[in-house]
Design a binder for this molecule. Sequence first.
Ligand code: TMP
Length: 258
Amino acid sequence: MNRRRQIYEGKAKILYEGPEPGTLIQYFKDDATAFNAQKKGTINGKGVINNRISEHVFTLLGNIGIPTHFIKRLNMREQLVRQVEIVPIEVVVRNVAAGSLSKRLGVEEGTQLSRTILEYYYKDDALGDPLITDEHIACFGWASQEEMHDIADMAIRINDFMSGLFAAIGIRLVDFKLEFGRVWENDFARIILADEISPDGCRLWDMASGEKLDKDRFRRDLGGEVEAYQEVARRLGLLPDGADSAVLDLETHRKKLR
Ligand code: TMP
């Protein structure tokens, strides 16, 4: 499997050339970074869990009519996806004040927002992914007005769906990040959901205890990140009770044999 051509390596994933033109293989690493990679580490088994969680969420979103890049999961760490031209904008959806919003505006973390906030960040590591507005997007041509309309519309639908999905398993969807891409059909570009949806790019708080079940455990040195990611997968019904560690042990074991 290692003979494939690598197309791109990001902080948490690697993209390889896929088996058909227009497809890619998305490989989920255990690497974790925060604060624009100033903090680096690994979360054992994270890639396996995120691959499963993202498969699950993208499949459900597909079922409600959100077009996504997801085609199928191939194995524990890889999924087949459609190749897209990534829109260089990180879309953050916020339901509850936390993280950079709390810091920037002095709003206490955990404050329920009176309306959902959509934010855009320019995807550029060298600049530290700065916050931008529709004006910058239009001025610099990062996406057309029509594309931004579709993106905002999908982001709101995804938020409504995911808020319900997580609420049903006792998790508060505080905020999350989405990325979109273009697929070309003849001369027309269509926007579809790309990247991943996992505890790496979401804030997920246990509704009863307020406990953080996401990458903030790593960002803030809270510990227990593996358990938190497993708990999300378990509540989504992706790990049978008690089987979680067995699955991950098998993966670790295989890695040693390689
Ligand atoms: P923030 O409060 O740090 O701006 O993060 C908002 C949400 O976006 C949070 O759920 C984490 C996610 N996120 C990413 O997925 N990647 C990033 O680079 C950043 C800054 C945030």
